[in-house]
Design a protein around this ligand. Structure first.
Ligand code: C2E
Ligand code: MG
Ligand code: MG
Length: 257
């Protein structure tokens, strides 16, 4: 029904350089906006879409829309962020996944390095032999691979070492109590050190307070996203930022002093 009625929309959350506070990327996140104004979060409907076999159609729609938005921003401003899209297990298992993705990139006129694919640890681990082949194809095309929600799944060092992964995304569960929880501080600092020693990029999720930003900067975490900067918002909010008006400078500058 959501597909028929065009009720699925995309919102974008900036991924910010924690030192310069400049936007580097955006993550596309799906929303189901019902006519009565109710917005259903993706965790509630993506699982259903996977179970009913609709997830591929739904994801194609999301990726195509996100590619169009991204291409539009680059055309309009001559520069722009990279785009991170979330890929579910069902998409990853779909044989048409890689060729369709490549076709959509070409249709939108995007370079592969403008797009990052976020995959959770359990999806990576699910079927090592098959996934390895898919990851290698994606890497060959030039798409960046991001391990999403790092630290709450298997946190396997072997796949980080052996798979063509470019970025680790620290799960927001470790960032939430970063101001007060010594264990979270130790875990987050260690993930940042590990990631940079392996020459990977690191993104921290769920930054809500200046103190969290301050801690992450002191650990050398290069990138982050969260409500401190901007909650996931419509494409016009991203255009505003590209036009030179990031809304977070005052809120986040406290920590930069
Ligand atoms: P995720 O990829 O880990 O996305 C991060 C989630 O954290 C998003 O929730 C985002 O809105 C939320 N978030 C961002 N900043 C903050 C913050 O400062 N504090 C807190 N508490 N939360 C923050 P959202 O949009 O509800 O998405 C939930 C999950 O649904 C995503 O987790 C992703 O796994 C999945 N998802 C979203 N869009 C898509 C999609 O297009 N395709 C697929 N396959 N999965 C998607
Ligand atoms: Mg994600
Ligand atoms: Mg995540």
């Amino acid at each position: 029904r959501a597909l028929e009625r065009n009720e699925l929309t995309l919102v974008y959350q900036p991924i910010v350089d924690l030192r310069s506070l400049e936007m580097r990327g955006v993550e596309a996140l799906l929303r189901w906006s019902q006519p009565d104004g109710l917005v259903i979060p993706p965790r509630d409907f993506i699982r259903v879409a996977e179970e009913t076999g609709l997830v591929h159609r739904l994801s194609q729609l999301a990726v195509r829309q996100a590619f169009d938005d991204l291409a539009g921003w680059w055309r309009e401003f001559g520069h722009g962020p990279w785009l991170a899209v979330n890929i579910s297990g069902a998409q990853f298992r779909e044989p048409r996944f890689v060729p369709e993705l490549q076709a959509m990139l070409e249709q939108a006129g995007l370079r592969p390095d403008q797009v990052h694919l976020e995959i959770t640890e359990d999806v990576l681990i699910e079927n090592l032999a098959r996934n390895r082949a898919v990851l290698d194809q994606l890497d060959e095309i030039g798409l960046k691979l991001v391990v999403d929600d790092f630290g709450v799944g298997y946190s396997s060092m072997a796949y980080i070492k052996n798979f063509p992964v470019s970025t680790i995304k620290i799960d927001q569960g470790f960032v939430r109590d970063l101001e007060i929880d010594r264990d979270d501080q130790a875990i987050t600092r260690t993930i940042c050190n590990l990631s940079s020693a392996l020459r990977l990029d690191t993104v921290a999720e769920g930054i809500e307070h200046p103190a969290q930003l301050e801690a992450l900067r002191s650990y050398g975490c290069p990138l982050g996203q969260g409500y401190l900067f901007l909650e996931a918002s419509g494409p016009d909010a991203i255009r505003e930022i590209l036009a030179g008006h990031p809304p977070w400078l005052e809120r986040a500058a406290v920590a930069v002093q």
